[in-house]
Design a protein around this ligand. Structure first.
Ligand code: ADP
Ligand code: MG
Length: 700
């Protein structure tokens, strides 16, 4: 590391703008830039030249293969490698890569989830080059591969991936946001993009310990485990000094990410023991989404090099904090202006207030959809569990903005609370400027100065879905605003009226208090805000006529694409829980029961020995009774779980299946876990068949 120049390393594996400018003929470069900047279609001749330059660059860097890199609805990325090699008549080979191969690929992808969009016999799927996200090189033991970010669709043109709706939503919000800007007299801005900075939380555990736990291997989380004497009570891990092995991993990860032009910037220990966070600097949503996929992939890939395993699951350990992904989202113009920046005097910044109100309206009207976009089976253990944001969607704005909104409401908008100085009471410490508002850790959707932080997002999932939802719902609000304002005779009056009306209808979603409290649950219910405990409870929102209309009006998802995505949500939930349930059955039958039985025999033998010599065997007998009681409860829950699992196959309707799993399987899993965790505390640790929470969380 010492002799590596970071500026030289940074982006060295990316076909960056600078590389393109250097390697492409001026005219071709300009054409390509026009496509990426303005969204115009790319001519085939341009693609041919770009493909050739890309190939030469990749080969010079040592690449032998290329792949269309896409993001099917599994939530991870997919690739199918092809060699550049092309045999010639004289028995030799040349390295070839045409514009056609750059633009379109045809992976036989019939095994990817399609939500009923096609049968497995309909194998054809197309991957299409997304030239707005730069191509990059990936290195592994098989060599170096040129990766081309692509969108993925079916033979009939339906989106089968996470990227396509995201790209479509970026176009939708651009069009609507531009209409608003024009109304405010902005004639310069050509394009508006949404930016995202996702903070990724994760756990690192010792690889050898990990390998001894089937639950971690099969499901990414622990399904059993009693709480160790120490958890996160002392808060001594949060921002604590980073341990050596972890520090080496982070260094390695930074280097690999920097090569890929991913600006990994902030790294620190998180609240739970063994938990960490990585935040890159924000980027265009599309690129940030691709980068987040790569960040997750490289975390998993590099951890074993350091004897570690990376857990991206939302709740790997019960009883300590889980992981989330904070999706920091904002809108910026191509002239460099952040539309969510309130400036020093927000009450004078009507453009900002318009965008702010558009977001408030969007979030309130589509709260369930947002809840769905941020959730998966893993997040059900986290949302509302007094640690992460609650499952109720609300917005935190902070004192200053709330005060301004109050002024708008009463029709007397005239001032902004300003920042104050704060002294530390020590003359040698400088006095500092205090932010106008404090933070609120408990809010699922918080305004944080010049962006919104959507804090509910699932740590292991792609951020594409929450972002195409956010983009589309805000596009919808902006469209309604623009429709109203464009026909107004007096713009200022119409705007004031619109703001007041929007506030009146949607201020119920604004909440600054403690989102973890019981009172908020009651208050939210009074306000008519939804509290969906499980992701499956929220899936219906994808099928509501107003949702389908919105997505199809903006060309983000058609009616059948919406239906397909709802089906995939049910299917994913069911599959994940069934794998967990079966893993529990396996661990109980093959590990926990045999261990407890062996140990019970030792205790029983001891009782016989003790009583044969007339010694006191009270303690041993009590222990044996507790063991017997718990193993009986364990066995009852085990049988119930086995029976419930066998019932799932008889249900054909995918939605019914998901609800059966939620109401019967996940509850029985909890029943089964309880006696198992009790037994862990009763059995001699030498007999316990796998590493405990204490072993895993404190021995990295
Ligand atoms: P915190 O933990 O205080 O929320 P971090 O620095 O860990 O802050 O993460 C903040 C994230 O927000 C970073 O990824 C940062 O690049 C991103 N961010 C900053 N400004 C914007 C913006 N205008 N739009 C989107 N993301 C932003
Ligand atoms: Mg944050």
């Amino acid at each position: 590391m010492n002799n590596i120049s970071i500026p030289e390393l940074y982006g060295s594996y990316v076909f960056t703008d600078a590389v393109m400018r250097e390697r492409l003929p001026k005219k071709i470069y300009k054409e390509l830039k026009k496509t990426t900047a303005e969204g115009t279609e790319l001519a085939p001749e341009v693609a041919d030249v770009v493909a050739n330059a890309m190939k030469d660059w990749a080969i010079e860097k040592g690449a032998t293969h290329y792949t269309h890199w896409f993001q099917p609805m599994t939530g991870i990325t997919a690739e199918k490698h092809d060699a550049f090699i092309s045999p010639t008549d004289d028995g030799k080979a040349i390295m070839e890569f045409s514009g056609k191969t750059l633009i379109k690929g045809e992976p036989d992808a019939s095994s990817f989830p399609s939500g009923g969009l096609r049968g497995t016999f309909e194998a054809r799927g197309y991957s299409v080059w997304d030239c707005t996200s730069p191509a990059f090189l990936k290195e592994d033991s098989s060599g170096i591969t040129l990766c081309i970010p692509t969108a993925f669709c079916s033979y009939t043109g339906e989106a089968l991936d996470k990227k396509t709706p995201l790209l479509r939503s970026m176009e939708a919000i651009n069009i609507q946001a531009l209409r608003i800007l024009r109304l405010f007299g902005d004639t310069e801005t050509k394009k508006i993009t949404t930016s995202v900075g996702p903070e990724q939380e994760y756990f690192l555990v010792d690889k050898e310990l990990y390998n001894k736990r089937k639950d971690l291997i099969f499901t990414g989380r622990t399904l059993f485990g009693a709480m160790p004497p120490k958890g996160q009570q002392l808060d001594d891990h949060y921002f604590g000094a980073i341990r050596e092995r972890v520090a080496e991993f982070m260094k390695d990860l930074d280097i690999e990410l920097w090569k890929l032009g991913i600006s990994a910037k902030t790294e620190h220990n998180e609240v739970a023991p063994a938990q960490h966070e990585l935040a890159p600097i924000y980027d265009d949503t599309n690129i940030a989404t691709d980068h987040n996929q790569l960040i997750m992939e490289y975390m998993k890939k590099l951890a074993p090099h350091h004897g570690l395993e990376c857990l991206l699951h939302e709740k790997p350990f019960a009883g300590v904090n889980g992981s989330g992904k904070h999706n920091n989202w904002s809108l910026a113009t191509d002239t460099g202006k952040n539309l969510l920046d309130p400036g020093k005097e927000p009450h004078k910044n009507k453009l900002f207030l318009t965008f702010l109100l558009a977001v408030i309206k969007a979030v309130d009207e589509n709260a369930t959809l947002l809840r769905l976009s941020a959730s998966n089976a893993g997040n059900d253990h986290r949302l509302g569990a007094s640690e992460a944001p609650p499952a109720i969607i609300s917005i935190f704005l902070g004192e200053q903005l709330e005060d301004i909104l109050n002024q708008i409401e009463i029709g007397n908008l005239k001032s902004s609370k300003s920042e104050t100085s704060m002294s530390m009471g020590v003359s040698t410490l400088p006095s500092i400027k205090k932010d106008v508002t404090d933070r609120n850790r408990t809010s699922p959707f918080a305004f944080t100065g010049n962006k919104f932080e959507f804090r509910m997002v699932a740590s292991s999932e792609s951020i594409a879905c929450p972002n195409y939802m956010l983009n589309t719902i805000v596009a919808q609000s902006l469209k309604e605003f623009a429709d109203e304002l464009e026909k107004a005779e007096n713009f200022d009056d119409a705007l004031t009226k619109l703001m007041q009306k929007t506030l009146k209808e949607h201020k119920r979603v604004i909440f600054s208090g403690n989102g973890y409290s019981e009172e908020w649950v009651k208050e939210a219910e009074k306000r008519g805000l939804k509290n969906h405990k499980s992701v499956v409870d929220a899936v219906y929102s994808m099928l509501e006529p107003k949702t389908v209309k919105m997505f199809s009006d903006f060309g983000v998802l058609s009616e059948i694409e919406c239906a397909a995505r709802a089906e995939i949500s049910y299917e994913n939930y069911t599959n994940k829980l069934l794998i967990e349930a079966r893993t529990m059955v396996d661990m109980v039958a093959k590990q926990i029961k045999p261990a407890v039985i062996s140990y019970a025999k030792i205790v029983a033998d001891t009782i016989v020995s003790l009583s044969s010599v007339g010694a006191d065997d009270r303690v041993e007998k009590e222990l044996l009774t507790s063991i017997t009681e718990n193993i009986n409860s364990l066995d009852n829950a085990y049988k119930k779980l086995v029976s419930n699992i066998s019932k799932v196959d008889n249900i054909s309707d995918i939605k019914e299946k998901a609800f059966f799993v939620k109401d019967n399987i996940s509850t029985t899993m909890e029943e089964l876990r309880k006696p198992a965790d009790e037994l862990e505390m009763l059995v001699d640790e030498k007999y316990w068949p796998f590493p405990t929470y204490g072993d895993i969380l404190f021995y990295v």
